[in-house]
Ligand binder design. Structure first.
Ligand code: MLT
Length: 305
């Protein structure tokens, strides 16, 4: 049964990273139209730490009444199980999936004055004996950490990791030149590339992004083995009342059809889920396949560390 008149109070949307990064950006794009569909405000609550696993763990323990939901991603619900021995949730069992919110291609970006003009010379610089470059990431298990580790293992480099509570703050340090590079979700890099405050070497997808037409794919740039894409999705603590679950699924679906949401996501290079990719069944399948995909890939990369 639905809670009486759900929702009759504001809903909390937990973002497990610092404000200003990709997860936060996507949450803030989908929240207003979801709130409109539900008839109640949605408040964003940033609970960062542990590569996103702190906020997701905390949100997973909330009452399953539809008043606490969360936005997870390829890291928290795909890569994290391979990297944490004592993860306090199971991405495929601890949640009621609501639906995929966006696909987010991964881009290799560096500080504006990094001394390399293309991906090949960038990799050569990292590989140079005695090089001391730094690589930002948003904590163990995050997208920037897991895809960054994969990149490092493919090109056989060991930069110094600098850990942030999200790639929002990491991007600030990239812009000011305090850190050298990272692999980040497209929605966080497009505005800075357009402003010319950072540089991009490649996008790790088979096709170029219409949001970054001048950035070559890793395949074009000579590194076809580094092809990864990330995603963000909405989850709730397990055992929501059926009607509450259905309201949230419907609200996300309506948000994804909202012209403003579509325009904002597309401008930032986000991919809007097609009909067949939407909803809880498709998200459950995605989570299961991502855990199966990342576990062997990351276990190998971790062994090389
Ligand atoms: C990540 O690296 O997992 C995310 O981009 C972090 C964030 O959303 O800030």
């Amino acid at each position: 049964m639905a809670e009486q008149g759900y929702p009759d109070q504001p809903i909390s949307l937990v973002v497990p990273f610092a404000a200003g990064g990709p997860t936060d950006t996507i949450a803030r794009i989908i929240a207003p139209p979801m709130a409109k569909a539900l008839g109640q405000p949605i408040k964003i609550e940033n609970i960062s730490g542990g590569g996103g696993t702190t906020g997701i763990t905390e949100a997973s323990l909330a009452k399953p009444d539809g008043y606490t939901i969360m936005i997870g991603h390829m890291g928290t619900h795909g890569a994290a199980p391979a990297l944490f021995r004592t993860l306090k949730y199971d991405p495929a069992r601890t949640f009621d999936p609501i639906g995929l919110a966006a696909g987010t291609p991964v881009v290799i970006v560096a500080r504006k004055d990094f001394p390399a003009s293309d991906l090949k010379s960038f990799v050569e610089a990292l590989q140079k004996k005695g090089s001391t470059y730094s690589q930002a990431h948003a904590g163990v298990g995050s997208v920037s950490h897991s895809t960054g580790m994969l990149f490092d293992s493919i090109v056989n480099v060991k930069p110094t990791f600098v850990v942030y509570r999200g790639t929002g703050p990491a991007m600030n340090d990239l812009i000011s030149g305090q850190v050298d590079f990272l692999t980040d979700q497209i929605v966080n890099v497009v505005p800075h590339l357009q402003a010319g405050t950072i540089r991009a070497y490649a996008i790790a997808t088979p096709e170029r992004s219409p949001a970054l037409p001048g950035v070559p794919t890793t395949r074009e740039a000579g590194l076809p083995s580094f092809e990864v894409s990330a995603w963000n999705a909405v989850f709730a603590p397990k055992n929501l009342p059926k009607d509450v679950h259905a309201r949230l699924v419907d609200a996300l679906d309506k948000a994804l059809d909202d012209p403003t949401v579509r325009e904002r996501l597309l401008k930032l290079g986000g991919r809007i889920p097609a009909g067949s990719e939407r909803g809880p069944v498709a998200l459950q399948k995605l989570v299961e396949s991502e855990v199966a995909r990342w576990t062997p890939a990351l276990s190998a990369a971790v062994e090389e560390q």
